[in-house]
Design a protein around this ligand. Structure first.
Ligand SMILES: NC(=O)c1ccc[n+]([C@@H]2O[C@H](COP(=O)([O-])OP(=O)(O)OC[C@H]3O[C@@H](n4cnc5c(N)ncnc54)[C@H](O)[C@@H]3O)[C@@H](O)[C@H]2O)c1
Length: 347
């Protein structure tokens, strides 16, 4: 048995373990190793090739399951970066071992499972956060500040589009056939609108399109459109599609607009201000590049805030309860597509 510290000692580095050594998990492990206030004590993956690659890349103990990682590597906090449909098991295992958790969005893909996570965290007295990283995305954070300063007045309308190129579900993340544009993409935008407006989603109407990805063996929606009503009266229109052509210069499109009685704000993260024409024409991602070794990307800022909250003994932002509400909203969107009716958001 290794050390069993579940609460960071004052001034000591926060000990962190990461579950899922894919794109996001490796990113968190790299961020953890770059932050002096964090010690990466172990990582975990069910796939042997991912474990071997991680052992090479991070030179820390590598485990096959969360329980063993918690027992032997003694992390105080665990980051869950497994596929959308595989957050619940590792999250509950980490909570049962008494570790604080940072869970990738969506918290779960079923409301009951998300509620189980919240209940378990409360019973265990651990701190939890859901990775809604757009809170740390500069243009969107500035939009939130403008709304909080009253510059937009009372928020009445939102238009949000977050899409991916077709190679994201068909080549990069084949497991997305078990997810949807609702879970993978719209979970971001519905949460973002509610956070900026300070309003909770209460009712949805949605429609979806199938056929393109199912013809390629991925049984999921190609596109989802949803109208969401919030408790302060704001109405929002959200669209997410992940069959955009490969010829687009960036892997995603992201446009988010909020309209209020006093003003409006619109962010377009599709064009990241650099147009690069070399071997091929690209709009490389520029928000959040590492400059001079400093980590300035939204997930790095978010992760730093998570560990700072733990070190200071306070709850981090984006609590698990917000993740539960988000799961309820996205589940209601899927239910509305299936029933072709308006569906209430129930947690
Ligand atoms: N917050 C954001 O902006 C953002 C951006 C991209 C992805 N994500 C989310 O991050 C999560 C991970 O995405 P990814 O792109 O890294 O996927 P990925 O496929 O690259 O990596 C997932 C890894 O988890 C491993 N895994 C699966 N089940 C496991 C289990 N039970 N225990 C341990 N390891 C397990 C897989 O073997 C794989 O190595 C997803 O939920 C995704 O929606 C969030």
């Amino acid at each position: 048995m290794g050390p069993d510290r579940t609460h960071p000692a004052p001034g000591a580095a926060v000990r962190v373990g990461v579950v899922g050594m894919g794109i996001r998990g490796r990113m968190y492990a790299a961020i953890a190793q770059a932050l002096p206030e964090v010690e990466l004590t172990g990582v975990c993956d069910i796939a042997e090739d991912a474990r071997l690659a991680a052992a090479d890349e991070f030179a820390v103990p590598v485990f096959e399951d969360v329980q063993t990682m918690c027992e032997q590597a003694g992390p105080e906090a665990v980051v869950i970066a497994t596929p959308d449909f595989a957050h619940v098991g590792p999250t509950l295992a980490a909570i049962e071992a008494g570790r604080h958790v940072l869970v990738e969005k969506p918290l779960a893909t079923e409301v009951d499972a998300a509620r189980r996570i919240c209940d378990a965290a409360e019973a265990a007295g651990i701190r939890g956060m859901v990775a809604f990283e757009n809170h740390w995305n500069p243009p969107l954070s500035a939009m939130k500040s403008a709304a909080e300063a009253g510059q937009l007045g009372e928020l009445v309308s939102c238009n949000s589009q977050l899409d991916d190129r077709i190679d994201v579900p068909t080549e990069y993340l084949r497991w997305l056939g078990r997810s949807s544009p609702g879970w993978f993409l719209m979970s971001h935008t519905v949460e973002l609108a509610g956070w900026i407006a300070g309003q909770r989603p209460v009712e949805v109407q949605a429609r979806g399109h199938t056929g393109v990805l199912s013809a390629l063996g991925l049984e999921t929606y190609d596109a989802i459109h949803a109208v969401v009503v919030f408790d302060g009266g704001m109405v929002g229109s959200f669209s997410s599609c992940w069959v955009l052509p490969r010829s687009l210069p960036l892997a995603f499109q992201f446009r988010h607009e909020m309209v209020g009685t006093g003003g409006s704000a619109r962010a377009d993260l599709t064009d990241q201000m650099l147009h690069l024409a070399a071997e091929r024409y690209e709009h490389p991602a520029t928000i959040g590049v590492t400059m001079g070794g400093s980590l300035s990307s939204p997930p790095a800022l978010m992760f730093a805030e998570f560990v700072r909250a733990l070190a200071e003994g306070r709850d981090p932002p984006c609590p698990l309860g917000d993740g539960l509400l988000n799961v309820a909203a996205i589940a209601a969107i899927h239910s509305s597509i299936e029933t072709r009716r308006a569906v209430e958001v129930r947690v």
